[in-house]
Design a protein around this ligand. Structure first.
Ligand code: DOR
Ligand code: ZN
Length: 344
């Protein structure tokens, strides 16, 4: 198969940042129909009013003629109230609430220290059908960085789902065999997004001939057996697994430094990278469901009536891309990608 047609896909996990960076990032992702936009700004998007204002800034940053639709999320803190959940449920632009364990990743300091203590908010979310999006990593400093997801799933997520069986939960950017097995065994209320970089790379990629800061993200890339488990899940046709890039831009100097930020930028080639991963697994035919149908089904939204086309046609990724006043280093910088998303 050298060409593939699929319904216009959506990105169910995306970082668009704000301010001067917004236009470059919105343009990079606007080929997608919709995107779930992460709320980890500085300060975080904790209220419906803030989410609505952020949505307006995103809409204003769209390229002329673009119909890209941002789906907004709220950032859960210890101060989030059931009333805010109710307001979110009533608001057509807010689609989910994001749980960051405190300090787990970029701008997660305002996150939650004791997840299970948010029971009242989770009950309100279950009552109103608001999905909880989970950054699933333990914040116990004694836990090895490569074990943080498995420990969180075992010790926190399992209990959360037991205590709130009606709550709809997405384990974002699942990165381990344990995470995949958990989601597979969980009730249909539980799903997961998978990034292109976790499908294409294992942790060796961070140390290829030296330390590679642009391959560092959270959850961190794991060993090859985990990547294989993710590929199996993504290509299995199980509707619990769908596309979420977690494309996470950082200006080049904040990556290429003694203490670099976590995040891999993939928006410039998101669907193309997934096509590579699926193709290498001999499972291109499973891409349309994963990229375009299973996400809308989970969120109760229509599949796009538009179609897009991918062609097997190598192209070279620029060394750098603009990011506001600065620049970023995209995944595969200076290297080739085997698939091209044809213009419509
Ligand atoms: O690598 C990551 N970058 N993981 C996250 O969870 C956050 C993201 C970011 O916002 O940069
Ligand atoms: Zn993210």
């Amino acid at each position: 198969m050298d060409e593939l047609e699929l319904p216009r896909p959506d990105d169910w996990h995306l970082h668009l940042r704000d301010g001067a960076n917004l236009p470059d990032l919105v343009r990079a992702s606007a080929r997608f129909g919709r995107a779930i936009v992460m709320p980890n700004l500085k300060p975080p998007v904790t209220t419906v009013a803030a989410a609505r204002a952020y949505r307006e800034r995103i809409l204003a940053a769209r390229p002329a003629g673009s119909d890209f639709e941002p789906l907004m999320t709220l950032y859960l803190t210890a101060a989030t109230s059931p009333a805010e959940v109710e307001a979110a449920a009533r608001d057509a632009s807010v689609h989910a609430i994001k749980l960051y364990p405190a300090g787990a990743t970029t701008n997660a300091d305002a996150g939650v220290h004791d997840v299970l203590a948010c029971a009242e908010v989770f009950r309100a979310m279950a009552d109103h059908g608001v999905p909880l999006l989970v950054h699933g990593e333990s914040i116990d400093p004694r836990v090895d960085v490569f074990d943080r997801e498995a420990v969180f799933v075992r010790e926190t997520l399992a209990r959360l789902i037991e205590q709130h069986p009606r709550l709809r939960v997405v384990l974002e950017h699942v990165s381990t065999a344990e995470g995949v097995a958990f989601v597979e065994a969980a009730p249909p209320t539980v799903a997961a997004t998978i990034t292109a970089h976790h499908l294409l790379y294992d942790r060796n990629a961070m140390f290829q001939g030296g330390i590679r800061p642009h391959m560092y993200c959270l959850p961190v890339l794991k060993r090859a057996s985990h990547r294989e488990a993710l590929l199996r899940a993504a290509t299995s046709g199980n509707p619990k697994f769908f596309l979420g890039t977690d494309s996470a831009p950082h200006a080049r100097p904040t990556k290429e430094t003694a203490c670099g930020c976590a995040g891999v930028f993939t928006a410039h080639a998101a669907l193309e990278l997934y096509a590579e991963a699926f193709d290498a697994a001999g499972a291109l035919a499973a891409l349309p469901d994963f990229a375009s149908r299973f996400g809308p089904a989970f969120y109760g939204l229509p599949v796009s009536p538009q179609t897009v086309r991918l062609r097997r046609e190598p192209w070279r990724v620029p060394e750098r891309l603009p990011l506001g006043e600065g620049e970023l280093v995209p995944l595969r910088a200076g290297e080739t990608i085997a698939w091209r998303w044809l213009p419509t």
